[in-house]
Design a protein around this ligand. Structure first.
Ligand code: F6R
Length: 609
């Protein structure tokens, strides 16, 4: 993930300060690296460093630089660690263009190998550097927009947007196949931004680029070309925004923004996890004598769900344990044949890191899964896979949970494939199902939110509650209860549905909330309906979260049960789909109860000790 911001002055005004402010507002999209490309005497000059744009600006003295055309970037590292070389903007061999990008190229490694063979000089591990070199071939001729689009979309795969500053033509060209890109206009400037909110105060008109389109920005304004390369009329809208929402990208809380980013985070993850490393991860899993999955909190719940993935898809049963327990009880069986799968979105969780030191000392191999590729977890791992969900600022983890599940699912699929349990075609179909889920989630999120808001109203009248499920979604019940505690201070416990009658039922009565997540296994689902009925008859508040096409859910809603309909998807992706309504429920309850949702008391984002 990253943030793109560019400005062209229609006269000779310096736009460096505007781009610095734009990038500062986009910091929630990542600030591992920042940089700008400017035109000085017709030549491209790059100023980039490690850190946020404010830090980079202070270090490099950006206030002393003046240029009327500036292309800037703030980076969340997914390909390549947060180093100066990996910071955007990148240039081609002849330094005639500068490129910044958002998203990820799924065929990056292949493109890089090919360009190196052709003699290009590639200096970073950032995927967007290859865009500069691909584009280089077009520079020697008077190319048309259709050729540019053809060149890009025939070669590059993944989920990406990028912008190119062309020195000779004094213009900026940009395109996207998914990540949002907005242009902004005023009497003084022509602008480009990853969020319309960052344009506040600089533009009074704006517009959004559709996937596959190309925009060319110059001091004369924008020209937009359709995916076929035909010029289209630019239709902009008045930019009227609530300035209070600027810093959080248009949302009241980071948690709400981050839940809304779940669909695109899934697509980012899918493009970021490179095939060759996934194959390697699959080989580590299938070749290990014994496997431990270790993590804490939300990441542990993701690990618990992953054990079902490995067992069902690859016939492998890892031991899943809290990273706090691992060094106390499991080290005796850890040796050179052991694989430890360590999950931590921050990559800095103390218990995870100390477990890894112990495991490494005994010769274990470490497969790390983290959102921060510059973290200690990444450095300690023999192989790491990026979660690539983009930065998560709110303490309650949301989009990193769903993207972690996806990475683990991809590893399980790769292991399954290597054990000959599934064909390549099935693997592909399953990857397509992830894209479909992301698309459907994106379309349905507002509706799910409206149902979650109604359910939160009812739960706000209760003093305590359970989240109940079974099988693949049982760990999701634990996760739902954790989210309710963190975001709304509502006491909830996760209960395995089979255990419901063995004790927990005693507390269920009027004023108590029972939230059921419909199990994905048919037998378990059938066994859950009588429990829902039992809870309903006590007068308790009953909420059921299930797939939207489940007719039974509608019948329950007529019996006074509150339902939240999740997006229908294939079995193994159901925990991802069902997590979203739970997250929204926790958020809306926190909002209703006026809790400090993003920063719950006593908690920190990374528990390092
Ligand atoms: C839950 C939450 C915590 C973390 C836990 C592990 O919303 O934020 O439970 O999941 O502290 O953190 P990471 O994944 O960074 O190791």
């Amino acid at each position: 993930m990253g943030g793109i911001f560019a400005a062209i002055s229609k006269s000779s005004e310096n736009t460096v300060p505007i781009v610095i402010e734009g990038l500062r507002r986009l910091k929630y999209r990542g600030a591992d690296n920042s940089g700008i490309a400017v035109l000085l005497d017709g030549r491209i000059e790059i100023f980039k460093e490690v850190g946020s744009i404010e830090a980079v600006s202070a270090k490099l003295g950006l206030e002393n630089i003046s240029s009327r055309i500036v292309l800037g970037h703030t980076r969340f590292a997914t390909h390549g660690r947060p180093t100066v070389e990996n910071a955007h903007p990148h240039t081609d061999c002849g330094r005639r263009i500068a490129v910044v990008g958002d998203g990820a190229l799924s065929n990056y490694e292949d493109l890089r190998d090919k360009l190196l063979m052709e003699g290009h000089k590639i200096i970073s591990r950032s995927d967007f550097e290859v865009v500069a070199h691909i584009f280089e071939s077009l520079l020697n001729k008077e190319y048309r927009s259709s050729e540019f689009l053809e060149e890009i979309y025939s070669k590059m795969e993944g989920y990406f947007s990028f912008a190119v500053l062309e020195a000779e033509k004094q213009r900026i060209i940009a395109t996207t196949n998914g990540p949002k890109l907005f242009y902004g206009l005023s009497d003084k400037y022509v602008l480009l931004s990853s969020s319309q909110y960052a344009l506040h105060g600089f533009a009074d008109q704006y517009g959004v680029l559709s996937p596959g389109e190309l925009i060319i920005l110059s001091k004369d304004g924008p020209t937009i070309y359709t995916s076929e390369g035909l010029a289209k009329q630019v239709q902009s809208l008045p930019l009227q925004l609530d300035p209070i929402l600027v810093e959080k990208g248009g949302y009241k809380h980071h948690m709400l923004r981050e839940i809304n980013e779940v669909p695109e985070a899934l697509l980012r993850t899918l493009s970021s996890v490179q095939k060759r490393y996934l194959n390697l991860a699959g080989r580590l899993v299938t070749g290990a004598d014994n496997i431990y999955i270790i993590a804490n909190g939300t990441s542990l719940h993701a690990g618990m769900i992953a054990s079902y993935y490995f067992s069902e898809l690859a016939g492998i049963s890892p031991i899943v344990t809290s990273a706090a327990e691992f060094p106390l009880y499991y080290l005796e069986n850890v040796g050179p044949g052991t694989l430890v799968i360590a999950i931590s979105q921050s990559g800095e969780t103390g218990d995870v890191l100390s477990s890894l030191y112990e495991a490494k000392l005994r010769g274990a191999t470490i497969l790390g899964i983290t959102n921060y590729v510059g973290s200690r977890l990444a450095r300690l791992s023999n192989l790491y896979l990026p979660i690539a969900a983009g930065p998560e600022i709110a303490v309650p983890a949301t989009k990193t949970f769903t993207s972690t599940l996806q990475v683990l699912y991809l590893v399980a699929l790769s292991s399954s494939r290597q054990k000959g349990k599934i064909e390549e075609s099935e693997q592909k179909t399953r990857l397509e199902a992830i894209k479909k889920l992301a698309q459907n989630l994106d379309e349905r999120l507002a509706f799910i939110d409206s149902e979650a808001t109604k359910a939160a109203e009812k739960i706000s009248l209760c003093r305590s509650g359970y989240v109940v499920s079974r099988g693949l979604t049982y760990p999701l019940a634990l996760e739902g209860a954790l989210k309710l505690k963190e975001a709304s201070y509502f006491h909830a416990e996760g209960v395995e549905a089979g255990e419901f009658k063995h004790g927990p039922f005693v507390l269920v009565e009027q004023g108590f909330a029972t939230i059921f997540i419909m199990p994905v296994e048919k037998v378990s689902a059938e066994a859950t309906y009588p429990l829902i009925e039992m809870a309903r008859q006590t007068g308790a508040t009953v909420v059921v979260i299930g797939p939207e096409n489940n007719q039974k859910l509608l019948e329950l809603s007529q019996d006074g049960v509150t339902i939240i309909r999740a997006v229908e998807t294939e079995r193994h992706l159901a925990p991802i789909s069902l997590a979203v309504p739970l997250q929204l429920l926790a958020y809306r309850l926190g909002e209703k109860l006026n809790r400090p949702i993003d920063t719950p008391r006593h908690l920190v984002k990374a528990v390092t000790q």
